[in-house]
Design a protein around this ligand. Sequence first.
Ligand SMILES: Nc1ncnc2c1ncn2[C@@H]1O[C@H](COP(=O)(O)OP(=O)(O)OP(=O)(O)O)[C@@H](O)[C@H]1O
Ligand SMILES: [Mg+2]
Length: 230
Amino acid sequence: MAASAPDPEPPAPEVESTAVAPAPPPPTPPSPQQPEKPAPAGKVVMETQPESLATPPPEQVPGTAKGARGYVVLTIGLPGSGKTTWFKRRGVTPLSSDLLRTLLFDDIEEQRWQGLVFSTLRSLLRARLIAKMPWNYVDATNLSAHERRQWIKMAKSFGYEVQAVFFDVPLEVCLERNKRRERTVSEDIMRKMAERLRAPDFKEGFSKITVVRVKGAPASGAGAASAGGE
Ligand SMILES: Nc1ncnc2c1ncn2[C@@H]1O[C@H](COP(=O)(O)OP(=O)(O)OP(=O)(O)O)[C@@H](O)[C@H]1O
Ligand SMILES: [Mg+2]
């Protein structure tokens, strides 16, 4: 993500302290595209970001959709909150604007054609849903309910459940990680994005919300309370 125009929608063993779901069994290698057993509707799952990026993710139990055709999983989080890293650790290739910019323009940093990038992203998800793909991931910042609504609407219209993975990572941590990256976002833009960030709410239509936090760090304060309970 370039400093000038950020994407508008744009490691302890990873023991998940589970708010309402049972603790996961011991870690095993990831199962691409099928990260975990679907939790019952309306559940919040807490997860702690590993301090070492080499830490394997928790066991991923293949799940099959019951009652739904499949799942659409949306990430929600600031640049540097760890969304793409979360997918990489699970061996999952999500739909993302970075992937699209590489495919369309041979340049991950191309910042023109934002509308084209996001309309193509939506078309790709639609194609996956038409093809009845069971697990579908969108790696984007999805800061506001407004930005998330179009994805949720599409998923539901195809009979899919929608899950959120909310990276409730303090702005200061994101800023620090951002400084160490190759492609940085300006601090000013990061702060503006943090103001726009709203925690996901079940009222938006999510059937499950996973909250990913940094070990020992406070919640970001982005209205996390609404994702912290049922
Ligand atoms: N759990 C973690 N602990 C320490 N550093 C991390 C962790 N997760 C990610 N990082 C580091 O933070 C930086 C940003 O991570 P990542 O690219 O996953 O963020 P992102 O949320 O996808 O950002 P963007 O929205 O800009 O794509 C990377 O350098 C990554 O190595
Ligand atoms: Mg990313």
